[in-house]
Write a protein of this length. Structure first.
Length: 270
């Protein structure tokens, strides 16, 4: 397929949804069973047999008979040929592996189709709670088939905010009193909670990657919210180094209020 040819987005989104559901079912079947697990990379990130099994399944379902769409996954060797591709699948077979290994429920399968650096289809499946989030660019976002929306308004007082602990402590020094949400081990799921309105805002620390973000990014935007850097810059995916700094997600009005707050010099060192 020539690089300029457009894929059938509806077809690819349906393919994505089916693959993510299947990978979630596989991961759930291995959940709380004896598994080999180890660490990888300088950050000593955990990985398990279930991560690898789900990754293999997703790659098989998404790339078979479809070699024109490149591949980027947390659990696969990075093929930099993706940088020349218009389209790329960006996948985290289990986001929240620490929770998964510990037998906790807040993990998810996260995958998105990205076109020219931005997600155009995304799925997030939390098998333990049987929550399936789905979005296609320009068509809104859903949870188990029902439309979802980020909470409206700009108020920060009593807002429900999920963020890393050290950032929450800094925020508490400059923001009106707000409600601290319980930790969600899966960053993708944390951001999906913003998209569905369970959280009013979610913040990512400075070590997130494309695979943590792409599907949830589309969910937030299609739910009427925004996900950007603290400077208000949207995330661009499929770059040579797929890692990102701190990000904030919220409904658009509250997102703007948080960006203004982050200009406070007391948060400058974050």
């Amino acid at each position: 397929m020539p690089a300029t040819e457009v894929v059938d987005l509806k077809q690819q989104a349906a393919r994505l949804a089916e693959a993510v559901r299947e990978a979630g079912a596989l991961a759930l079947s291995m959940f709380k069973t004896p598994l080999k697990n180890w660490t990888k990379g300088e950050a000593l990130s955990p990985v398990s047999d279930a991560d690898i099994a789900a990754d293999v399944l997703l790659r098989d379902r998404l790339t078979s008979n479809n070699g024109s769409i490149a591949w980027l996954s947390e659990e696969s060797v990075d093929d930099l040929a993706r940088l020349d591709a218009r389209y790329v699948w960006i996948v985290d077979p289990i986001d929240g592996t620490r929770a998964y290994i510990a037998g906790l429920p807040d993990w998810a399968v996260s995958a998105a189709l990205v076109e020219n650096g931005r997600p155009v289809a995304g799925c997030l499946y939390a098998p333990v709670s049987d929550e399936f989030f789905f979005a296609v660019a320009g068509h809104g976002a859903t949870r188990n088939g029902a439309a979802i929306a980020a909470t409206p308004g700009a108020e920060l007082a009593q807002a429900r905010i999920a963020a890393p602990r050290r950032l929450l402590e800094r925020l508490q020094a400059v923001a009106p009193p707000f409600a601290v949400m319980p930790r969600t081990h899966s960053l993708a799921l944390r951001l999906a909670r913003v998209a569905e309105g369970t959280f009013d805002a979610g913040i990512a620390g400075g070590s997130s990657h494309d695979w943590d973000l792409a599907a949830a990014d589309l969910l937030v935007h299609e739910a009427g919210g925004a996900l950007t850097s603290f400077e208000g810059v949207a995330v661009t995916y499929n770059r040579p180094v797929p890692r990102h700094g701190m990000l904030v997600a919220a409904g658009r009005e509250r997102h703007a209020a948080l960006l203004e707050l982050f200009r406070d010099e007391r948060l400058a060192s974050l």
